[in-house]
Design a protein around this ligand. Structure first.
Ligand SMILES: Nc1nc2c(ncn2[C@@H]2O[C@H](COP(=O)(O)OP(=O)(O)O)[C@@H](O)[C@H]2O)c(=O)[nH]1
Ligand SMILES: [Mg+2]
Length: 214
């Protein structure tokens, strides 16, 4: 019983910071997307491919969440976009307070109207914490297996879009793309599915069109 009260307080405090983030984003005319997927799903690679494709109509910036290292922020900065690295230590997700600090830092350096947040890699806790984002985006690679929508329904029910990555590896797996699409749409009737190859940069038109309309 006591444990539940503690978690309620954690969620309530997080919700206040999430509201602060929503206000901050609104003041700055920004849209923020919360990218959630397993370690190695291709979240950073998706951001690397996306930044050059949105830069003619948006001013993107990136918030990176990892337990340790600034490797992903370093990768993203090579695209020319600013990136703020958060290290959570042992924390399995970003919270809204951490994201608030990152947003304030990014806005100090310039105006940005499309913020990508790469959450800590896993399909569980990042889905539970609102960071004030406009939309959650689930990232799933074909190498992870086609049962993940059914096994981790919370994330996929809450995600406004699903990006399936590593489609170039399809022939080497038993991944059924249509099944995954169906499973996702069953949980999320308005969810959009995009299928990409981050290595060659194929399949990006629909995803970029989706970003244009945000
Ligand atoms: N073949 C292939 N490899 C990919 C693709 N996307 C990412 N990778 C590779 O998968 C590994 C993990 O990618 P990364 O972007 O770091 O994943 P993250 O942990 O989700 O950020 C890297 O070696 C990437 O080059 C893809 O679409 N196809
Ligand atoms: Mg990454």
């Amino acid at each position: 019983m006591k444990k539940i009260n503690v978690m309620d307080r954690v969620y309530a405090a997080n919700e206040e910071w999430a509201e602060a983030n929503r206000n901050l984003l609104k003041e700055n005319g920004s849209v923020m997307l919360n990218l959630i997927g397993s370690p190695g799903a291709g979240k950073t690679a998706l951001i690397e491919q996306t930044i050059p494709r949105v830069s003619d109509f948006r001013s993107p910036a990136v918030i990176e969440g990892d337990l340790a290292t600034s490797r992903d922020a370093d990768r993203v900065r090579k695209t020319g976009a600013p990136a703020y690295q958060i290290n959570t230590g042992s924390g399995c997700h970003l919270n809204a307070r951490l994201v608030n600090t990152a947003l304030l830092d990014l806005y100090k350096k310039g105006g940005h109207d499309l913020i990508f947040v790469e959450n800590v890699g896993n399909l569980v806790c990042p889905a539970e914490f609102d960071i004030g984002e406009h939309a959650k985006i689930a990232v799933l690679s074909v190498a992870e297996g086609d049962d993940k929508i059914e096994k981790y329904p919370l994330l996929f029910a809450r995600a406004s879009a699903l990006v399936v990555t590593k489609i170039d590896l399809l022939a080497h797996t038993d991944f059924r793309t249509e099944k995954v699409k169906r499973d996702y749409e069953r949980l999320n009737k308005r969810g959009r599915t995009f299928i990409v190859d981050n290595l060659r940069g194929d399949g990006f038109d629909g995803w970029i069109e989706f970003l244009k309309r945000l």
